[in-house]
Design a protein around this ligand. Structure first.
Ligand SMILES: Cc1cc2nc3c(=O)[nH]c(=O)nc-3n(C[C@H](O)[C@H](O)[C@H](O)COP(=O)(O)OP(=O)(O)OC[C@H]3O[C@@H](n4cnc5c(N)ncnc54)[C@H](O)[C@@H]3O)c2cc1C
Length: 382
């Protein structure tokens, strides 16, 4: 069963999809259980991904990257997340935050910060969420104040991928207090060795354990004035634009996970015996598998349609939110049914279905909880 078959994938994204599939089979799948167990950062897999030219995929070619478009990044995401979501998140987050610098940064910023990531000498991250809120983007309190020729940051960020491991982060901070709460935020490039930057890993997670997030404290953290990205006050809008891309890709996280759950459930019931016959012979079980398959195919069609719409700039916010919500919830549905079909063995820690079941809880939250997506879908349906 090839659930991630290529007919919905546009021609130009098929080559990289195949490369991602081969890489996942060789480097991600065989290491998934071990890294999940240990909770270690998968440096070796990341380095292999760099050697294979599959990391920092979306940085433009003129700065040393592969210049992958949204459809190519989505094609890679599906394959990587099917193999293992924790390792996949680490691989895809190695250039997190670069897209914003690529769209809005100055030539100097692109040369100084994007190029080393594209050339796999550095890794980056994106710091938006805070301990007190991740959903209310216009309610965040980490602030940046101008002092002479520097910006001085104070506050905290939470859940930031690579906060400890990254060389630099794109950071979202408050720079104004005007009545228009959406124009009070800006984006900054913050090197992680800047004075006043401290980060530590957050406590161990139940899922995606091969990816690492951190808690950052900015205590009079000083960066040069030229590290402001784009215009002062434009941060909220930059982020909204970025999320349109990111959410389509997170839909791909859901699709990869859903595919893993369906494959695993299918294989299990076609070998397990109950009441003197194969479990797959019970019609109720067949209906479960049929429902999982239908949900998966519906989500995948929607997600790829959204990728095209977002890439073409047509109603991007609406389509991105639909794709993210449908695909990630399809993953939770398929994982839950997959667990039930595994009976008692579902709860054994070393089972792939148990790992998928834990991992699917995460994409329904990150890149904006699905309730926030529903708010966007409703508002943009009028
Ligand atoms: C593994 C992982 C990796 C992450 N990586 C990053 C990263 O690299 N960078 C980064 O900045 N952040 C990252 N995040 C943070 C993530 O984006 C936030 O967790 C998410 O936006 C939700 O924010 P919160 O956890 O503060 O939940 P809250 O904002 O406190 O919301 C809690 C819940 O309240 C409900 N809710 C909130 N607001 C509304 C509303 N308006 N309408 C209806 N219901 C609502 C929802 O059910 C929501 O899940 C990561 C999170 C995880 C789990």
């Amino acid at each position: 069963m090839d659930l991630l078959e290529e007919s919905v994938v546009p021609e130009h994204a098929r080559d990289v999809k195949q490369r991602a599939r081969e890489f996942a089979a060789e480097h991600i799948e065989p290491n998934a259980e071990e890294y999940f167990e240990s909770g270690e950062y998968p440096w070796e897999v990341l380095e292999a991904g760099m050697d294979a030219g599959l990391i920092a995929q979306d940085i433009p070619e003129e700065y040393g990257g592969s210049g992958f478009d949204l459809q190519q990044v989505l094609a890679v995401a599906e394959e990587f997340y099917r193999a293992d979501a924790g390792i996949a998140l680490t691989l895809q987050l190695a250039s997190f935050g670069c897209e914003i610098v690529s769209h809005y940064g100055s030539e100097e910023q692109k040369e100084e910060y994007l190029r080393p990531v594209a050339e796999n000498d550095q890794i980056s991250g994106l710091a938006v969420s805070e301990p007190e809120t991740g959903s209310d983007l216009a309610g965040m309190t980490t602030a940046a104040e101008k002092e002479g020729d520097e910006w001085v940051l104070n506050g905290e960020k939470y859940w930031v991928g690579n906060a400890v491991e990254a060389d630099w982060l794109t950071v979202y901070a408050k720079t104004g207090d005007g009545d228009d709460r959406y124009s009070n935020y800006s984006m900054f490039i913050v090197p992680t060795d800047a004075p006043g930057y401290e980060a530590e890993h957050i406590p161990e997670k139940m899922g995606m354990r091969a990816s690492k997030q951190g808690h950052i404290v900015f205590d009079d953290c000083r960066i040069p004035e030229e590290n402001l990205v784009g215009s002062e006050g434009g941060g909220f809008y930059m982020l909204a634009e970025f999320f349109n891309h990111g959410r389509v890709v997170v839909g791909g996280h859901g699709l990869g996970l859903a595919a893993a759950a369906i494959e695993e459930a299918w294989e299990f019931v076609h070998g397990r015996k109950a009441f003197g016959r194969d479990v797959s012979e019970f019609q109720a079980v067949q209906h479960d598998l049929a429902d999982m398959r239908m949900e998966f195919e519906a989500a995948r069609s929607l997600n790829w349609r959204a990728a095209e719409k977002v890439q073409n700039g047509e109603d991007a916010g609406f389509w991105a939110a639909c794709a993210k919500t449908k695909s990630t919830e399809t993953a939770t549905y398929c994982a839950e049914r997959g667990m039930q079909l595994h009976g008692g063995r579902s709860v054994l820690g070393d089972r792939r279905i148990a790992r998928v079941y834990r991992d699917v809880r995460i994409p329904v939250i990150y890149e904006g909880a699905n309730e926030i997506q529903r708010n966007l879908i409703y508002r943009q349906s009028r």
